[in-house]
Design a protein around this ligand. Structure first.
Ligand code: COS
Length: 382
């Protein structure tokens, strides 16, 4: 964990950047469906692309606690900005950090930390979403190479990515024990990134299918040099990434509350600001209580993770609670705006659409419930 003063100055600097640079650019991003290059450059200079990458590989080496504190600040802006560097810190690099060889880490992490190389995570497929172990992409050994064939779906940042962590079947078994992970560089013949999807929200963050057709990679691309452990690498990466995502959701909840309360203080009906009415206050109070609970959860679980404790159940609890709370808060704060919440005049309409994704990606709420219940039963059986 960083020294308290160092963390405070990082949080303060991030808060300033969010308010001075990111929030004023949100509408431009929405309209143009891209992030201006000068903001990407500023995010690079602040070290955001290497936030979780250890210092020895050129990153900031934040602890999980530091990470949730900084990320909750970034989450206060449109989640699109965080999304651009999110995969480089999260699922796109965690595999290398958890199971990669030293050579693999040295080859990619310093460039990812600088923002020169965007990392992307190819797990989901057309027929393997929640049931990730059902993936069909194959990697067949051919001498000192593997040949990869398959289609990966909804791959965040794939249009910008320079390196993909690709999960593929190397064995004949139909279960998760036949899944391996590969580090595949963009530009390898046989990779096609499809045009990005038109989504409900998150304009400016690009998600596309990645198609592998007879894509030959050297055997050294096999993550950690071991077949059959890829599924566990993916699950362990997601344990971390779901806590990171919970911090983003917590930041966005705080923003939505500020937007709703500001509107309630300005909007006059029946002769006084609507913030003076108890039915509006109830929505404010319910939202504030849930935001506080979210904040307490992420901080506590981050500390547990830093202590090396198992947190599969706890990160799933965080992802489940913070993103469902975010959904309720977004709905209430839009309700506070009344008819003005349903038109594009205020940020709430866009943030509401963005908030909807949180209950779906990096594992739906239903998958988080399933993980929590399974872990509870496992603990009781032990
Ligand atoms: N950490 C380490 N190992 C884990 C693990 C974790 N968090 N979760 C599972 N494993 C291990 C299990 O212990 C098991 O190992 P053994 O075979 O040695 O016993 C193996 O992985 C298979 O686990 P399990 O049987 O639980 O797999 P299932 O296919 O039943 O389901 C879920 C696992 C549902 C949890 C998984 O498919 C999942 O997370 N799905 C959602 C995927 C997702 O989030 N997609 C979003 C897009 S990716 S950004």
């Amino acid at each position: 964990m960083a020294d308290a003063d160092v963390l405070k100055s990082m949080v303060d600097e991030t808060r300033r950047f969010v308010r001075q640079d990111l929030i004023p650019a949100e509408e431009w991003v929405e309209e143009h469906d891209e992030i201006p290059q000068h903001l990407i450059d500023k995010m690079k200079s602040l070290g955001f692309f290497g936030m979780t990458i250890p210092e020895q590989y050129g990153g900031l080496g934040l602890s999980m606690y530091d990470e949730v504190c900084v990320v909750a600040e970034i989450g206060y802006a449109s989640p699109v900005f965080r999304s651009y560097f999110g995969t480089s810190n999260g699922v796109g690099t965690l595999g290398m950090l958890i199971d990669g060889t030293e050579e693999q880490r040295r080859s990619y992490l310093p460039r990812i930390a600088k923002g020169e190389l965007v990392a992307s995570f190819c797990l989901t497929e057309p027929d393997a979403g929640s049931d990730a172990a059902a993936l069909k992409t194959k990697a067949v050994k051919d001498g000192d190479h593997y040949v990869i064939n398959g289609t990966k779906r909804f791959t965040t940042n794939s249009p910008h990515a320079g390196i993909f962590t690709v999960f593929a079947r190397t064995g004949k078994e139909q279960n998760s024990s036949a899944i391996s992970a590969f580090l595949v560089e963009r530009g390898t013949p046989g990779i096609t990134v499809a045009p990005h999807y038109r989504k409900m929200g998150f304009r400016g963050s690009h998600t596309a299918d990645v198609i592998f057709e007879d894509c030959r990679v050297p055997a050294s691309a096999l993550l950690g040099g071991r077949e059959g452990v890829g599924f566990k690498t993916a699950m362990r990466s997601l344990d971390h990434a779901r806590l990171h995502m919970s911090a983003v959701a917590t930041g966005l909840s705080a923003r939505l509350i500020d937007e709703g309360v500001k509107y309630a203080q300005e909007r006059v009906q029946f002769g006084k600001p609507i913030s003076q009415y108890q039915l509006i206050q109830a929505m404010m109070a319910d939202s504030e209580a849930e935001a506080l609970a979210s904040r307490a959860m992420i901080e506590r679980v981050a500390k547990m993770k830093d202590e090396g404790l198992p947190v599969t159940k706890e990160t799933a609890c965080c992802k489940y609670f913070t993103t469902e709370a975010l959904g309720r808060i977004a709905d209430r704060m839009l309700q506070v705006h009344g008819g003005y919440g349903y038109i594009k005049e205020y940020p709430i309409e866009r943030l509401f659409r963005d908030a909807r994704l949180f209950r779906i990606y990096e594992g739906t709420s239903q998958i988080q419930q399933l993980i929590v219940a399974r872990e509870m039963l496992k603990q009781r059986a032990a």
